[in-house]
Design a protein around this ligand. Structure first.
Ligand code: PLP
Length: 433
């Protein structure tokens, strides 16, 4: 197999995600034959630094030896088994450990295979909880402007990214949107904290007026990823928790992208000192190895389903619910977090990158250079409509896998990135501006 062979065959047989396939008449597809650490290699040995962690999923590099070893061991024991009526060791261990790591009071892990399904589960559970407790009129969902929670029809109701949504709007049971606390939207002289408080005041007005019909408020804590790495002050989450308590509305924390250390703490909610009613996890959960997602909820929510009646139960399932291999990869990921004190190591790496990026931050074309944990982003001034595409292409030529969102360039590297690789990332990016 060589590059041009596999590209041609892929274009004939694979419908690639999030892509106008016709663009590949001019935009080359990049085939990978293998990966190691932060690098992905094509069939001719050219390598690319995976600066977006393969769509935000990879944590400890490609072909990580420890995750590989755990999976090899699991393969010899049990690959997968039905989880309705049956159970197995990896799913039990993972559920116990996640509950131990999550903010207080969260447990009863319900599994699916991707992030959008985790959101669907949280929305259905929230609605069903209110129905089971005598409040069937609570069935509306509130989410942030520019929020992203996945692209299935239910998840699109709480997503606010026009390009993914507008075409399907006749199919969507639209939710209510509130002002995003994204600190780039602050007025001059207004601090991120002040602006977050102002956004929370708007949330309060809506909840006060319509709480009787609202089931849940869904939020991406600290960083709205698909919005273009829009960051906000943690006080917003504190306020959201207070308001949801006051108006009896579930708080759904979508930590699908920000969980597992991405924002500097294990879960982003920790930085606001809050515990949500539902915690949705996916992406980094298996270190980028296998599709897995889970929703943890509060005991009281679980209890509202626990009954002799079948219709009060949560009758939801996916074929691969609780897949043993995926759970085992997730356990290996948690082991690495513990053994290597990853959060502390990441703080040092983040500081190093911030230092190395001084010239980038000061570049005349760069605006709003920002960082939360292991996420960096900035806007490029005077970018034309084809900026994202042109920039990705130039980056590829330079051996960098970057996918700007509009004119926002972001770095979301695997935690396995080393100092030399950080310099390569920052210096190559600078040379492309
Ligand atoms: C990626 C993402 C999702 C959806 O996950 P999929 O696995 O792509 O369905 C939901 N919420 C957030 C915040 C995400 O970043």
């Amino acid at each position: 197999m060589n590059n041009s062979d596999i590209i041609r065959r892929s274009l004939d047989s694979v419908w690639h995600p999030c892509t106008q396939m016709k663009q590949h008449e001019t935009l080359p597809l990049v085939p990978f034959s293998r990966g190691k650490g932060v690098w992905l290699y094509d069939f001719e040995g050219k390598r690319y630094l995976d600066a977006v962690s393969s769509w935000w999923v990879n944590l400890f590099g490609h072909c990580n030896e420890r995750i590989n070893a755990a999976l090899t061991d699991q393969l010899g024991r049990l690959e997968h088994a039905i989880l309705a009526g049956f159970t197995h060791e990896p799913v039990v261990q993972l559920s116990e450990r996640l509950s131990g790591l999550a903010p207080e009071g969260l447990g009863h892990a319900f599994y699916a295979s991707d992030g959008a399904s985790a959101i669907e589960i949280a929305l259905k559970m929230s609605f069903h909880y209110w129905k089971n407790t005598g409040n069937p009129q609570k069935r509306k969902f509130v989410s942030l402007e520019n929020g992203y929670h996945g692209e299935t029809i239910g998840a699109l109701a709480v997503t606010d990214v026009a390009i993914f949504k507008d075409t399907y709007s006749p199919l969507i049971l639209e939710g209510m949107k509130v002002k995003s606390p994204d600190f780039r939207l602050a007025e001059t002289g207004e601090s991120p904290l002040e602006y977050a408080m102002r956004a929370a005041a708007e949330l309060e007005l809506l909840l006060e007026a319509r709480h009787r019909e609202i089931a849940a408020f869904v939020v991406e804590p600290l960083v709205q990823g698909a919005a273009g790495m829009a960051m906000h002050h943690p006080v917003y989450l504190e306020q959201a928790r207070r308001l949801c308590d006051r108006y009896e509305i579930h708080l759904v924390a979508d930590e699908i992208a920000v969980g597992f250390g991405r924002t500097g703490t294990f879960f982003a909610c920790e930085q606001a000192g809050i515990s949500p009613d539902f915690l949705c996890l996916s992406k980094g959960i298996t270190g980028g190895y296998l599709p897995l997602s889970t929703v943890l909820c509060r005991e009281e929510i679980y209890r509202a389903f626990y009954d002799d009646s079948l219709t009060r139960a949560f009758l939801h399932s996916h074929s691969y619910t609780g897949n043993a291999l995926a759970c085992r990869a997730a356990l290996a990921v948690l082991d690495i977090f513990e053994e290597d004190d990853v959060l502390a190591a990441n703080r040092i790496k983040a500081e190093y990158l911030n230092g190395a990026a001084a010239a980038l931050r000061e570049h005349p074309k760069v605006e709003n250079f920002r960082n939360t944990g292991m996420i960096w982003a900035f806007e490029v001034k005077d970018a034309g409509p084809s900026f994202s595409r042109d920039f990705s292409l130039k980056a590829q030529e330079a051996g960098l896998l970057l996918r700007p969102i509009g004119n926002t360039v972001y770095f979301m590297p695997p935690y396995a990135i080393e100092t030399g690789e950080i310099r390569f990332l920052v210096e190559s990016t600078l040379s492309l501006l």
